[in-house]
Design a protein around this ligand. Sequence first.
Ligand SMILES: Nc1ncnc2[nH]cnc12
Ligand SMILES: [Zn+2]
Length: 336
Amino acid sequence: MPLPKAELHLHIEGTLEPELAFALAARNGVTLPYADTEELRRAYAFTDLQSFLDLYYALMAVLRTEEDFAELAEAYLARAAAQGVRHAEIFFDPQAHTARGVPLAVVVDGLGRALDRGEERHGVSTRLIMCFLRDESAESALETFEAARPWFGGRITGIGLDSAEVGHPPAKFREVYRRAAEAGLHRVAHAGEEGPAAYITEALDVLGVERIDHGLRCLEDPALVERLVRERIPLTLCPLSNVRLRCVDTLADHPLPAILDAGLLATVNSDDPAYFGGYAGDNFDALAEALGLDDETLRLLAANSFQASFLPEERRAALLAEVAAYEFAPRAAVRA
Ligand SMILES: Nc1ncnc2[nH]cnc12
Ligand SMILES: [Zn+2]
């Protein structure tokens, strides 16, 4: 049985595996500019965040109907559950779909169809967090926010901020985050992935975020690190993503040990697992191997994932108790 964990940084569009992309393309009459799944996989040689985003947005062309979004989410839940994920707070990018003429209701209701059955079928509870594309305008974010009101407090429980970071500081989205707070939604934002530590500070000060997605570059500002520790602001790290997008050179160079030593509330997540070589459990395993993490550090990371979640207290406590009681297989047996 895998270590129980929550996944708090997962873009549902980033779970689109090549096989499903081709199946949906065929069903929807979409022609992909790749001969087959192998050729598509060979295109996953990214040089930075933008080189990934270009392919990520292009491939979304195959997602058109409620059924497509339901299949995408169902496939994620099955894979995540097999790797010990018991709770997932899932991002989606509404503007990337509405801009292509796919109505918001198709996206939310399609995802919801699979997520509503997540606990019963896979033992995975879920939340949906709608992200705004930071390289789009503040007006577009506000329009999207208003269009999503029917799902607030129901299917949609939070907002986030993603896409191209450098040159798009958080403050542009002050008003939409203000409205989200007023509507009782949770607030998170990507910051300090490729962008500077100052974007993390701005996300806290101006947007009032409760978690920082990535946050790698906080280490460049000791006063910020102190504040993140003091205010118990979680970081949702994504190690395999960081290597694939060249934010860090190799997993062995990942700053997780320094982040934990500083007393930060770090979590380990997969970001866009279909593109970056692994789901949540794969990220735990790869980190453990590259950094030589011991079982108690892995237990701490799993506990952090539930501590940092937006779960109600009772389920959080139950899942934390499972983590505390978890018995790791002896390492030799794992390797054998
Ligand atoms: N790692 C990432 N950073 C910013 N935006 C994203 N959208 C999907 N994955 C992303
Ligand atoms: Zn992300």
